[in-house]
Design a protein around this ligand. Structure first.
Ligand SMILES: O=P(O)(O)OC[C@H]1O[C@H](OP(=O)(O)OP(=O)(O)O)[C@H](O)[C@@H]1O
Ligand code: HPA
Ligand SMILES: [Mg+2]
Length: 179
């Protein structure tokens, strides 16, 4: 697996430190709020969410949605499909969507619009990685871990063709691996 890696962008330690900072910021911002539901976007966000919620010192519930637009490719299909919907009722709840990466933004745009129609109290977004160079639609992101350059990345939950999610750091892939 490590032979496929071009360069480490963020080490395990750098990720842990940034996740702790994000958790503190979120804890402060949801100071008097009840009914916070943290929604992870499967599968990529699962590892980030697991670390992040343990740094948020507020009562909260966790739920997951699975949507997929990349499949086995490095290019978004542009069509977002719901593969698994929420288990919880989220009417009148404060929602924090947790993403591993915002690239074209198509996944997040679809998700926020879908969740808004369920009469939530508020919706905010936290992503570990933001790749603004590739954005195809305009959307506000409330919490961003790191900005990244326009390269295909893997690790810490993020895959290429379902591989590399278990790398503990975030890295770019050698182009011969996916071209
Ligand atoms: O901003 P976008 O261009 O829409 O890309 C971002 C989305 O793509 C990836 O998910 P993917 O569809 O690969 O599913 P996965 O999390 O199961 O890998 C990633 O986890 C984000 O959810
Ligand atoms: O850079 C990426 N890597 C893996 N999956 C992704 N989904 C959107 N962008 C990426
Ligand atoms: Mg993927």
């Amino acid at each position: 697996m490590v032979n496929d890696i071009k360069e480490t962008l963020f080490s395990q330690e750098e990720i842990a430190q940034r996740v702790e900072e994000l958790g503190k910021q979120i804890t402060a911002d949801y100071n008097h709020e009840e009914g916070l539901v943290v929604i992870g976007v499967l599968k990529g966000a699962s590892i980030f969410l697991g670390d992040l919620v343990r740094k948020i010192d507020r009562p909260l519930s966790i739920d997951f949605m699975a949507v997929s637009s990349y499949g086995l490719s490095t290019e978004s299909s542009g069509v977002v499909r719901i593969l698994k919907d929420l288990d919880l009722e989220i009417e009148d709840k404060h929602i924090l969507i947790v993403e591993d990466i915002v690239d074209t933004g198509l996944t997040l745009k679809y998700l926020t619009e879908n969740l808004k129609s369920r009469n939530t109290k508020s919706i905010k977004v936290c992503t570990l990685l933001d790749k603004p160079a590739r954005r195809k639609c305009d959307l506000p992101i409330d919490y961003i871990g790191f900005d990244i350059p326009d390269e295909f990345i893997v690790g810490y939950g993020i895959d290429y063709a379902e591989k590399y999610r278990n790398l503990p750091y975030i890295a770019t892939l050698k182009s011969e691996v996916y071209r």
